[in-house]
Design a protein around this ligand. Structure first.
Ligand SMILES: Nc1ncnc2c1ncn2[C@@H]1O[C@H](COP(=O)(O)OP(=O)(O)O)[C@@H](O)[C@H]1O
Ligand SMILES: [Mg+2]
Length: 229
């Protein structure tokens, strides 16, 4: 089980790439509906932490628990099934599928979860409306602006009602106005659906949308509050 009340928790994570210790003994936990910002300079280990929490990368040692699941004990197929069913992802550059329309991109995670095409498309359209980009439905990602594309990516991350959303520098490629709008829409939608958000960013104004901040430095996590007390 995870620590009391938490949804996802990591303990004692170590991960090295060659001689580089990307994670050097990291503990982390997040509650349902909580938005936690992971801050820190470039190269400090933020993305590696996100990848380990999401079961994309296995740590060299330490454990990741999600509810009753031992994520670090699962094989590739089990972790990928868990990601598809329970997790949503927003990356810096959207990473939409270029050959699909924006509507099809948002419908994709639903289709992968077995939702019928018509239902998936109707649901996807609702999410595009919610993210205020319904105009992009028939366009391909290459035909929309960066801000629109990132809203489509947020719609895609949320459409299958994930329990945890992993966002890695979600506004890193946007101007500040678009960035703020994306953060508002992302965190409002997450709070409405009681999804937890692991929000990796190096920008304080993005972290301001979180409930709590942790700072990663040299592969170690420092709780902001703990540092102040
Ligand atoms: N796949 C990889 N191969 C080699 N080194 C990596 C890899 N991923 C991350 N690193 C290294 O691990 C450290 C932490 O990287 P990362 O987690 O991406 O930091 P951040 O997201 O905070 O910028 C850096 O020194 C980086 O170069
Ligand atoms: Mg990174």
């Amino acid at each position: 089980m995870t620590p009391a009340g938490s949804l996802l928790a990591a303990e004692g994570l170590h991960k090295a790439f060659g001689q580089t210790a990307a994670l050097d003994g990291v503990d982390f936990s997040i509650h349902p509906g909580e938005v936690v910002a992971v801050l820190g300079p470039s190269g400090s280990g933020k993305s590696t932490l996100l990848h380990c929490l999401a079961g994309i990368v296995l740590p060299d040692s330490g454990t990741v628990r999600y509810g009753d699941h031992d994520v670090t004990g699962m094989n590739d197929a089990q972790r990928s099934a868990l990601r598809r069913a329970d997790f949503g992802f927003v990356f810096q550059f959207g990473q939409l599928v270029p050959e699909l329309t924006c509507l099809e991109n948002v419908a994709l995670p639903l289709r992968l979860n077995g939702v019928k095409r018509k239902d998936a498309q109707r649901h996807a359209r609702e999410w595009l409306e919610r993210l205020e980009v319904e105009d992009t439905a028939g366009s391909r990602p290459g035909e929309v602006s960066g801000g629109q594309g990132q809203r489509v990516a947020v719609a895609r991350a949320l459409a299958a009602r994930p329990r945890v959303i992993f966002a890695d520098e979600p506004t890193g490629a946007l101007d500040s106005l678009n960035g703020e709008r994306v953060m508002t829409l992302l965190t409002d939608a997450a709070r409405d659906t009681n999804a937890a958000v692991v929000l990796v960013t190096h920008e304080a104004r993005v972290a301001a949308y979180s409930d709590r901040e942790v700072v990663v430095r040299d592969g170690k996590v420092k709780d902001m509050l703990a540092g102040l007390i």
